[in-house]
Design a protein around this ligand. Structure first.
Ligand code: GLP
Length: 243
């Protein structure tokens, strides 16, 4: 596990964006695994800025997002489709047909999950996967206890995740209770992984995930076994873990 220490959120964002840029420059036709949540927003902002300056070209890049709420239309402001469009896809020259996000409105969940796995495989697998980390150690929406062998699947969100993400919805009823997520196996098959963490509230889980025992109870702990995983975290997130 490599660790890149950043001073603060902006520094973390810039350092992670640097690694993603290097991937795109070295292999323009690469496959990126992307994440949502508040943590990667700064990374997308930085990538957009470099694109505007003419330093980055997304025209041959393919992307697969980690997850999506079940039951939200793409036009819903809290759907991850909307998030990606707003923070990255509408701002750079990525080809819409090369962006992939699980379909929250799929009629047949089982087929939708299998199809997502097949699409990742057909694209040649993920070159670089960007991850955030939930307070309970989840990555994507892989909640504690999920088998590490899982591929893309439909999950029941835990109370802790519902509470953490509740702030984005106007009412309790509006918030979906299920989501589609890539499984840990999809994530572990990525050639490179970047784990982002910012802020004091991520310090305890970051320490537990990165040096605690490897167990499905803390889904991110499996990342200790990946042979090219890099944590990019700011001082506050690293305040309890001294790698
Ligand atoms: C959500 C997403 C995760 C994300 C996590 C942390 O549940 N499904 O992919 O990593 O939240 O979010 P944040 O970055 O806002 O703390």
């Amino acid at each position: 596990m490599k660790v890149i220490q950043a001073a603060d959120y902006d520094d973390m964002s810039r350092k992670a964006a640097n690694l993603i840029s290097a991937q795109i420059i070295m292999k323009p036709r690469c496959v990126l695994g992307l994440a949502t949540g508040s943590t990667p927003v700064g990374v997308y902002r930085q990538l957009t800025e470099w694109y505007r300056k003419g330093d980055l070209d997304f025209s041959e890049v393919t992307t697969f997002n980690l997850d999506e709420y079940r039951g939200l239309e793409r036009s819903h402001p809290q759907s991850y489709y909307y998030f990606m469009k707003e923070h990255l896809f509408s701002k750079v020259n990525i080809v819409a047909g090369r962006t992939n996000i699980p379909d929250g409105m799929a009629q047949n969940p089982e087929f939708a999950c299998k199809d997502y796995n097949d699409r990742i495989e057909r694209a040649g697998g993920i070159d670089l996967q960007l991850l955030g980390i939930g307070h309970n150690g989840h990555i994507g929406f892989n909640e504690p206890g999920t088998a590490f062998e899982a591929m893309t699947h439909l999950v029941e969100l835990t109370e802790s995740t519902l509470q953490a993400n509740r702030r984005f919805f106007s009412s309790e009823e509006e918030m979906p209770r299920q989501a589609y997520t890539m499984g840990i196996k999809n994530i572990m098959l990525a050639k490179k992984i970047i784990i982002l963490a910012s802020g004091r509230d991520k310090a305890a889980i970051l320490k537990e995930a990165m040096e605690g025992s490897i167990s499905p109870k803390v889904q991110a702990s499996i990342l200790q076994l990946h042979n090219d995983a890099t944590v990019v975290a700011d001082r506050e997130a690293l305040s309890l873990w001294k790698p």
